[in-house]
Design a protein around this ligand. Structure first.
Ligand SMILES: Cc1cc2nc3c(=O)[nH]c(=O)nc-3n(C[C@H](O)[C@H](O)[C@H](O)COP(=O)(O)OP(=O)(O)OC[C@H]3O[C@@H](n4cnc5c(N)ncnc54)[C@H](O)[C@@H]3O)c2cc1C
Length: 565
């Protein structure tokens, strides 16, 4: 076994959870504990991707964070020397089409009341389900609800997760759609489903307890949304810098290593097999350059050649072969002796952290114990798509609120940014979709692999955008539409439904007790393991008690670290 890398802990997955686990583990254990991290693709960050487009930072992945609800993330942001900036609160469209008169509906058409946005409607549904605020249960804007809502904390969320019930049924036992249908008319539920409330996920009928908690957190009156000034991907960049093997000799980071198998060994360790390709091994030294290059390349691409295929731009071609034996001297050992036939890399580890979402874990399912394999399938993958368009003479301005035209566009969310320098004005619009609206946009993705945002590739994407978001959609004059298309200097799309992600975020299925599942996934033994040491650990957003958010991944990372001896 001399040609096999050996490491105390192997982390699989170079998204924010894998990197954070590595970072925190090093802080805790110091230099005598060796850690190797393997990432399947050619870049770190996973579902985090920031691209500079026309001077704007386009967040193709996460963009807004709750200051109170995401304390681990806030600590990380400041520890890494990054800054936050205000982000607009959650709002819903309020055009006549998307408003709903609940009084009219509930009185069988006899009375009319004030009209509610879908977000207010959703809030009302949640208030009625929990029936705890003491406010008027026909008015989601009663100030007593707000006072009650602001007392809510993790302890209350734990109550909702495990004990809250309606009509004798625990909320975790039923789907959110079913739960809302107990307290709102079908027409009201339908309105929420079809017009959306930033998240249309009710289609999937997620676990009611978990989805109630999602919104209790999201609409907490005392919380505040922020973005990261330097871009969300700077989190990844800074973490990778800190884990540079020149600073952390007991850490090694590897790109382009996809875990394909894992086996228990008689001595209790685990043997992992990674598929790699010849040219693209990588270590930390090359990573930060890669991230910066990606951003710079994208800008240059935009300026110089609208037709460039940014996916073929592979900065790892010239990288020397640096896969190493991670025995405290990994930065100098370039022997390549861990590579066996057919580009398979073998690694032995005392602990294995699988910081992976559902899709790759389902592929590994045959190798996991049956009960763990079942739990991997306890979450619903929610596909998300984001598109950005830079306009050199935008029809919107700095006062255009988010969600303008959202109800008349295939989108769940639309955000407008505007900038004026002297006489020159420029804007960027973000179209953010989940099913079904995303299906309007996915045919415009051209790349096969699609492992990063596709920029300026398929002009039909601009056509798809102008169909709804041109300055005057009623004006069908072809020449005017063509002139407006000329104003789009840069455009891009990222479809997160592709492998290895299959989803932008995940949500527990109805019937699952998330807390129990998380506990079991945090530490277990492999099938056939002779010793019963629980040395396999699943973590990440997908299997957390704060799904859909970075905080979820960070929370699971800290739980997993507790089990690493
Ligand atoms: C469009 C969008 C919007 C979002 N908005 C927000 C937001 O506003 N706020 C917020 O807090 N969160 C948001 N999120 C969620 C946030 O991005 C995720 O919670 C977080 O990035 C997940 O990190 P992770 O490390 O758990 O998983 P991932 O980022 O999925 O990382 C998993 C890594 O494992 C790698 N991998 C997969 N298979 C293998 C294998 N076999 N071997 C080795 N490596 C493998 C993947 O390539 C990936 O790098 C958003 C996500 C998306 C997509």
């Amino acid at each position: 076994m001399s040609d096999i890398i050996s490491s105390d802990t192997v982390i699989v997955g170079g998204g924010i959870t894998g990197l954070y686990t590595c970072y925190k583990l090093k802080q805790l254990k110091g230099v005598n504990h060796t850690v190797s991290l393997f990432e399947a693709t050619g870049r770190f960050g996973g579902r985090i991707e920031t691209v500079e487009m026309g001077g704007f930072l386009a967040e193709y992945g996460p963009m807004r964070f709750e200051k109170l609800a995401q304390p681990l993330l806030m600590d990380l942001i400041s520890e890494l020397g990054l800054e936050t900036k205000p982000f607009v609160p959650y709002t819903a469209a309020n055009d006549p089409d998307s408003l709903f008169d609940i009084t009219f509906d509930e009185s069988g058409g006899k009375r009319s009341g004030s009209k509610l946005t879908t977000l207010e409607l959703l809030k009302l549904g949640i208030l009625r389900l929990l029936n705890a605020s003491g406010g008027d249960m026909d008015d989601p804007n009663d100030p007593r609800h707000r006072a009650w809502w602001s007392t809510l904390d993790e302890e209350y969320y734990s109550y909702v997760r495990n004990k809250a019930s309606y009509n004798g049924k625990y909320l975790y036992e039923i789907g959110f759609w079913n739960a809302l249908s107990l307290v709102l008319s079908h027409r009201a539920v339908n309105k929420i489903i079809h017009y959306g409330t930033f998240y249309h996920l009710i289609h999937f009928n997620p676990n009611a307890a978990e989805w109630v908690i999602f919104w209790l957190r999201g609409l907490h009156p005392d919380d505040e949304l922020v973005g990261i000034k330097q871009g969300t991907e700077s989190l990844v960049q800074e973490l990778v810098r800190k884990l540079d093997s020149r600073l952390e000799p007991s850490v090694s980071l590897h790109l382009n290593h996809r875990l394909t198998a894992l086996f228990s060994q008689p001595d209790g360790r685990v043997l992992l097999e990674f598929k790699t390709d010849n040219k693209t091994d990588n270590i930390t030294d090359n990573i930060t350059d890669n991230i910066t290059d990606n951003i710079t390349d994208n800008i240059t691409d935009n300026i110089t050649d609208n037709k460039n295929d940014n996916v073929t731009d592979n900065k790892t071609d010239n990288v020397t072969d640096n896969v190493t034996d991670n025995k405290n001297d990994n930065k100098t050992d370039n022997k390549n002796d861990n590579r066996t036939d057919n580009n398979v890399v073998k690694v032995l580890a005392k602990h294995v952290v699988l910081a992976l979402p559902r899709c790759p874990l389902m592929q590994l399912r045959p190798q996991l114990p049956e009960h763990i394999g079942e739990m991997v399938d306890y979450v619903i993958p929610i596909p998300l798509v984001k598109c950005f368009f830079v306009n050199e003479n935008p029809w919107w301005n700095e006062f255009t609120p988010p969600q303008t035209r959202a109800s008349s566009t295939p989108a769940r969310e639309i955000h407008y940014t505007f900038r004026k320098d002297g006489n020159c004005k420029r804007g960027i619009v973000m179209v953010y979709c989940d099913p079904p609206s995303m299906l309007y946009w996915t045919p415009f993705v051209r790349q096969q692999g699609h492992l990063k945002a596709e920029l300026n590739l398929d002009k039909r994407l601009v056509g798809g955008y102008l169909q709804y978001l041109r300055s005057s959609p009623d004006n069908t004059d072809v020449k005017k539409i063509e002139a407006e298309a000329e104003l789009i200097s840069c455009f891009g799309i990222r479809d997160w439904s592709r492998e290895p992600f299959e989803a932008g975020c995940h949500i527990w299925k109805a019937g699952v007790r998330a807390e129990e599942a998380i506990k079991k996934l945090t530490a277990f033994s492999l099938q056939g393991s002779l010793l019963s040491n629980k040395n396999i650990h699943i973590c990440g957003e997908a299997y957390s008690d704060f799904q859909g958010f970075i905080e979820g991944g960070l929370r699971t990372a800290l739980q997993v670290i507790k089990h690493i001896t």
